[in-house]
Design a protein around this ligand. Structure first.
Ligand SMILES: NC(=O)c1ccc[n+]([C@@H]2O[C@H](COP(=O)([O-])OP(=O)(O)OC[C@H]3O[C@@H](n4cnc5c(N)ncnc54)[C@H](OP(=O)(O)O)[C@@H]3O)[C@@H](O)[C@H]2O)c1
Length: 285
């Protein structure tokens, strides 16, 4: 099954929309380089870009879509509510601003995520309410959250299904790597049809020297980065590798010529809790 994965493989979200299984992350991609890098990614088959208002590069992502030969509907564009903005009004303002400042998005964002669960229950549920309204107005196609703990997820699920909040939770985004399995969160999502995106899937290049990664890379004539992207895809995750080097963007998507066996997938997994990024799942309810 996994061998049939290609760069064009998509997953159907609870919203009914298709999302490409591999995305290009653009955190820390400088705005002045971003358009060219996104265009390069498009030329290599990427159709999914993961930005955020906090990354300050939504604009070059949007102009890249317009400068490419692709139609808007061929590209899946994600952005996120900045962690410093909170609640209903600020969410409305922030997401409307993304749309009005970027006419190349043609009036909608494919996936909008709450970047982090900060600010308490009222803020979080207000953010969701604003997103549900924006969805009804056609401004957001699919809704999701990032860095939510199981407790934050349960709070939202109850609001959606029992407290009249409404809306559909389609996607969650977390750091998930062999050194940060997030088993509780993945199980929660699997049971409810929520697709899990994996950020920092290359562990920010800090684990390329791990013996198991190196030996698998040698076995398949692949690079450590390719082994980690492949692990993520075969875990059923949606990896979002980032690079500012065109040749690495190419490399990170050239992962469809080999398949890790079940045993090799297990060999890579650990019981570690070793984030390489921040971890806002620790935010109390
Ligand atoms: N929701 C959240 O809170 C959150 C948090 C973090 C990240 N994200 C998303 O996830 C994306 C990816 O995560 P990330 O940027 O933290 O880390 P990552 O993709 O795991 O790693 C990026 C690092 O690896 C290097 N790299 C990339 N490809 C390589 C290759 N083939 N060989 C050697 N080095 C390589 C990059 O360097 P160069 O750029 O110099 O090539 C960069 O230093 C982000 O861009 C963002 O879209 C979301």
């Amino acid at each position: 099954m996994a061998s049939k994965l290609t760069i064009s493989t998509t997953v159907r979200l609870a919203s009914g929309y298709e999302m490409p299984r591999l995305g290009l992350g653009v955190y820390q991609t400088p705005a002045d380089k971003c358009e060219a890098l996104v265009l390069h990614a498009f030329s290599k088959g990427y159709r999914h870009i993961d930005s955020a208002t906090a990354y300050r590069n939504e604009r070059p992502c949007a102009t890249a879509i317009a400068a490419s030969s692709l139609s808007r509907t061929e590209v899946f564009f994600t952005t996120k509510l900045p962690p410093r903005l909170r609640g209903y009004e600020e969410t409305k303002k922030s997401l409307n601003n993304v749309i009005t400042s970027n006419p190349e998005l043609e009036g909608y964002i494919d996936l909008y995520l709450i970047h982090a669960p900060y600010g308490g229950r009222t803020a979080r549920l207000g953010e969701w309410k604003a997103m549900v309204e924006a969805h009804k107005e056609g401004k957001i196609r699919s809704l999701g959250v990032s860095n939510y703990s199981v407790d934050h997820l349960n709070e939202l699920w109850k609001y959606i299904h029992e407290e009249g909040g409404g809306g559909v939770l389609s996607v969650g985004q977390w750091e998930v790597t062999p050194w940060l399995g997030r088993r509780d969160i993945r199980k929660w999502c699997e049971e409810r049809g929520v697709v899990v995106q994996a950020y920092s899937p290359l562990v920010r290049a800090t684990r390329f020297g791990e013996p198991v990664v190196r030996s698998l890379a040698e076995r398949y004539g692949a690079t450590p980065a390719q082994v980690l992207v492949r692990w993520s895809l075969q875990m059923g995750l949606v990896p979002l590798p980032k690079s500012v080097h065109p040749e690495r963007i190419t490399e990170n998507a050239d992962v469809y010529g080999f398949e890790l066996s079940k045993e090799e997938m297990k060999e890579l997994e650990t019981d570690e809790y070793s984030p390489c990024s921040w971890d806002p799942t620790k935010e109390p309810l």
